[in-house]
Design a protein around this ligand. Structure first.
Ligand SMILES: [Zn+2]
Length: 448
């Protein structure tokens, strides 16, 4: 097994030789991150109108990484409302704008801006990330959009060329038979794509009901939540290795990638500083605890982001990776966080509605809500009892109270939704700030 190539790459970026050490250590990474954080704070607070206001009055000369916890978050809504105010360069210096259509409350799309230097950083990361799974001489089919210069497929192709690997930007799969024919004809041995699209290739059967034989040895899945069932289905179909990549446009397309041990993403720590926070209180959680992933860009020039809330639900893995790297490892993203979720009957429930009902119950000080997708939806509520509560709360009482929520009640009656409540008598761990509450959506992973 080889070390993740991200380690030596980050060591080079840290210029470790100059620091009288040849070995990458946590101390060196964190000293570098602190330095870059301070540079980013300086850049953002002086050049971006948005951050000038947001960070006014804050301590922007951090003495340690922990002091970052005092700074406010940036949200998707902030980017949606006025993306140009986040820029730290003139619009003329912007090389690429990515527009993301997503369901924000304002209905506006989200725009992310990159300079040429920002894009160069992405290419570098792609090159190192792909070096984890392919050697020079490999042939890669990129099943991601790549027509436009600077698009994800285009940057990936540039990165692979630097690594001595031939690639074809094919784009998304519309006709599995046609894509499989290209894989055979071009002797492709590695695929990069969106999980369900790659799965459609593995599950395709020809006119005789047989799978199409391909020589795919490695697959990198990206841009979406990756159910374990898809990973297994691909391994079985092609006897290949399946790597997961974690990233979003806001992260500069890449955030982390698994090493050969395939157990959690090694993070792009020279360009991004990650935190996992309590989605309710915003407090930083200890390693090992699940929460919302937050990141700060360390090297972004055009549109730096400070403590950006991703809405992704994951945790840092405490145990060192068997590959031996000192880079931090993040568990696979387990779900997404949302204020409003849609039920199968088409109606929506909002966390603030749950707040009104559950926090209105005597003795309840806090709760968490998870919506599990499956044959039917399952809403799991964990209610926390106040310390020293005299009359214990019955889960049935919570279920009964929730029936007052009409869309939820309807869905239960139509057998589209099950509600499960547990009551925990724990010390209050979280401060309650109702407006920031979220429901965790756990995607279906068992059935395909
Ligand atoms: Zn590893």
């Amino acid at each position: 097994m080889k070390l993740t190539p991200l380690g030596p790459w980050i060591a080079r970026k840290l210029d470790i030789e100059k620091q009288n050490s040849r070995r990458l250590t946590r101390e060196l990474i964190e000293a570098y991150q602190l330095d870059k954080l301070n540079q980013t704070l300086e850049l953002a607070s002086t050049r971006s109108i948005f951050y000038k206001h947001l960070l006014a009055g804050c301590n922007l000369k951090l003495k340690n990484l922990k002091q970052l916890e005092c700074l406010p978050f940036t949200t998707a809504e902030d980017i949606r409302i006025n993306p140009l105010q986040l820029l730290t360069v003139s619009q003329g210096e912007i090389d690429r704008i990515v527009t993301l259509q997503s369901s924000g409350t304002t209905g506006q799309p989200k725009r992310i801006y990159f300079t040429a230097a920002d894009q160069e950083l992405t290419i570098e990361f792609f090159q190192q990330g792909m070096a984890t799974l392919v050697e020079p001489g490999a042939r890669v089919l990129i099943l991601l959009p790549g027509k436009n210069p600077g698009s994800v497929g285009d940057l990936l192709k540039q990165a692979l060329t630097r690594h001595g690997v031939e690639s074809i930007v094919y784009g998304p799969v519309f006709d599995p038979a046609e894509t499989l024919a290209v894989i055979q004809k071009e002797k492709i041995d590695c695929l990069v794509g969106i999980p369900v699209q790659v799965l459609s290739l593995a599950k395709y059967r020809d006119a005789n009901g047989l799978p199409v034989s391909v020589g795919v040895k490695n697959v990198l899945l990206s841009t979406d939540y990756v159910p374990e069932a898809i990973v297994q289905a691909l391994q079985e179909a092609w006897d290949c290795r399946v790597f997961n990549h974690y990233g979003s446009t806001e992260m500069g397309l890449g955030g982390g990638v698994e090493c050969e041990f395939l157990h959690g993403y090694h993070l792009r720590e020279a360009d991004l500083y990650f935190e996992v926070v309590d989605p309710v209180s915003g407090e930083v959680l200890p390693d090992g605890e699940y929460g919302e992933v937050v990141f700060t860009t360390l090297t972004r020039q055009g549109m730096p982001l400070i403590r950006y809330k991703t809405g992704d639900f994951s945790r840092f893995l405490k145990e060192p990776c068997p590959c031996g790297t000192v880079l931090k490892r993040m568990d696979k993203v387990r779900g997404r966080l949302k204020g409003t979720v849609q039920l199968r009957n088409g109606q929506c429930i909002n966390i603030s509605e749950l707040d009104e009902i559950i926090l209105g119950l005597k003795g309840v000080v806090d709760f968490s809500a998870e919506l599990h997708e499956g044959k039917e939806q399952l809403l799991k509520i964990t209610a926390f009892e106040a310390e020293g509560n005299q009359i214990s709360i019955e889960p049935e009482a919570v279920v009964h109270a929730l029936a007052a929520l009409e869309p939820l009640n309807k869905a239960v009656k139509q057998k589209n939704l099950k509600v499960q409540v547990q009551v925990k008598n724990e010390e209050q761990k979280r401060r309650i700030t109702s407006s920031k509450r979220v429901i965790v959506i756990i995607p279906e992973s068992g059935e395909l």
